[in-house]
Design a binder for this molecule. Structure first.
Ligand code: GLV
Ligand code: MN
Ligand code: MN
Length: 420
């Protein structure tokens, strides 16, 4: 199968979503879990599925599933595809939505070829993949697989102190239903997530699409630096207990320890109290995002950063407390599935590069329970989690064609009039 995906159909899908949650002032998107923008994305998903005659359901953890069923309507042994529609602050248009749109476009493409699956296909829109609002990434898939407890999830709070449970309830989703979903998981035979690449590996390998080999272990740590609020104009430097100083030193140490240790360490979010220009802060909260090729390196580098913060806190007369908010183990994607996908794509795409990634994904979470795989689409700038994130349309269409080939193979698509 080497047909080209329908450029017009893809463009229509793209333009129907691109206005939702856009930040007209700063650029990019603000589509945080259970906000009005997220709900509009969820409605968009429902209506796109309905336009295609796919049945949509929302599971107990808020993940949406649109079903394309074989003749007879069997839902067991499903091939799941899809991704997420929520974003980071000022996120790009592709991280997440490309996977959902490509899945819908792939269904269109297979149907245009007169094909129908002999096994059920489910397109997923996972809830709260980015964790931008409540702090834990991949909340929907973690809850589903039992990697995040329901009680702990319900108590997560956003920056305004709103509980996840209350935000879900306000959005019409029952927070009491949260929890492991073994029944749903047992009905999924494989999960394949298509995603924009968040780096330049495919550019360097001159390939429009690639297959994921692994996801680096990663985690989030909250640092609470506590000092003493005081007047910026009257407090001698030696009399200060300034948590901003300890924080600033920790940022620089993180960079150095990561560089020396072969890891990545990022402080991308802080909260300062009282946050006044002419006041020494009483408290700085800062979130460290740490990633590394292996568990030992990640633990060692984060340990060194915490030690550096403690040491500096003693010198500054500040207190340092660190809470590990989440940690995700290394994911080695199922090699049988990965190789099968590479073989399927070889006819159209030649040798498809296999690449590791430092970014987390629902596919990585599901991989603990079902064979999972990822397809990546080339990103010419390598930028992601930023408004300038981009993939060329030709590569997006190549991604749709690749996903359609994979779906046809794994879901046993055959002529509409025969078989399944
Ligand atoms: C998800 O995009 C992550 O890796 O933070
Ligand atoms: Mn992301
Ligand atoms: Mn993503």
């Amino acid at each position: 199968m080497s047909e080209v995906a329908d450029a017009t159909g893809f463009a229509e899908l793209w333009s129907s979503l691109e206005g939702i949650g856009r930040d007209g002032r700063r650029g990019g998107y603000q589509r945080f879990a259970w906000t009005s923008a997220d709900l509009a994305c969820r409605d968009w998903f429902t209506s796109q599925a309905a336009d295609r005659g796919l049945t949509v359901e929302t599971d107990r953890n808020g993940n949406q599933w649109a079903w394309w069923l074989p003749r007879g309507g069997d839902r067991s042994g499903a091939l799941a595809v899809g991704s997420h529609l929520d974003s980071v602050p000022c996120g790009g248009a592709y991280d997440g939505p490309l996977g959902v749109i490509s899945a819908l476009a792939a269904v269109d493409l297979l149907r245009a070829r007169g094909l129908r699956p002999s096994r059920p296909v489910a397109i997923a829109n996972f809830a709260d993949e980015e964790g931008a609002r409540f702090g834990i990434a991949c909340t929907g898939s973690r809850l589903m697989t039992g990697q995040l407890g329901a009680a702990a999830a319900r108590e997560l709070r956003d920056g305004d102190g709103v509980r996840l449970a209350d935000a879900m309830e306000a959005a019409g989703q029952d927070p009491e239903s949260l929890g492991p979903d073994d029944e749903r998981l047992s009905g999924i035979a494989q999960f394949v997530e298509l995603h924009i690449e968040q780096g330049r590996w495919l550019v360097d390998h001159d390939a429009p699409v690639g297959v994921a080999s692994s996801i680096w272990p990663h985690g989030r740590w909250r640092f609470d630096f506590t000092g003493e609020a005081n007047h910026a104009g009257t407090t001698a430097l030696n009399d200060r207990r300034d948590p901003m100083l300890t924080y600033a030193h920790t940022v620089l140490s993180a960079r150095k320890k990561a560089r020396l240790g072969g890891a990545l360490a990022t402080f991308g979010r802080i909260r300062v109290e009282p946050n006044g220009t002419n006041a020494i802060p009483s408290r700085v909260q800062a979130w460290l995002d740490g990633r590394a090729p292996d568990e030992a390196t990640l633990s060692a580098v984060v340990g060194q950063i915490i030690a550096a913060a403690d040491e500096r806190g003693e010198r500054d007369g500040t207190r340092v407390e660190v809470v590990n908010e989440s940690r995700t183990a290394i994911v080695e994607f199922d090699d049988g599935l990965r190789d099968r996908i590479s073989e399927t794509l070889a006819g159209t795409f030649g040798r498809v590069p296999q690449l590791p990634t430092g970014a987390g994904h629902d596919a990585g979470i599901l991989a603990a329970r079902v064979p999972a795989a990822m397809l990546f689409v080339r990103n010419p700038s390598g930028l992601s989690h930023a408004p300038a994130e981009h993939a060329d349309t030709a590569d997006c269409l190549a991604g749709v064609a690749a996903l359609a080939e994979v779906m046809a193979d794994l879901a046993g698509a055959g002529p509409e009039g025969t078989g399944g």
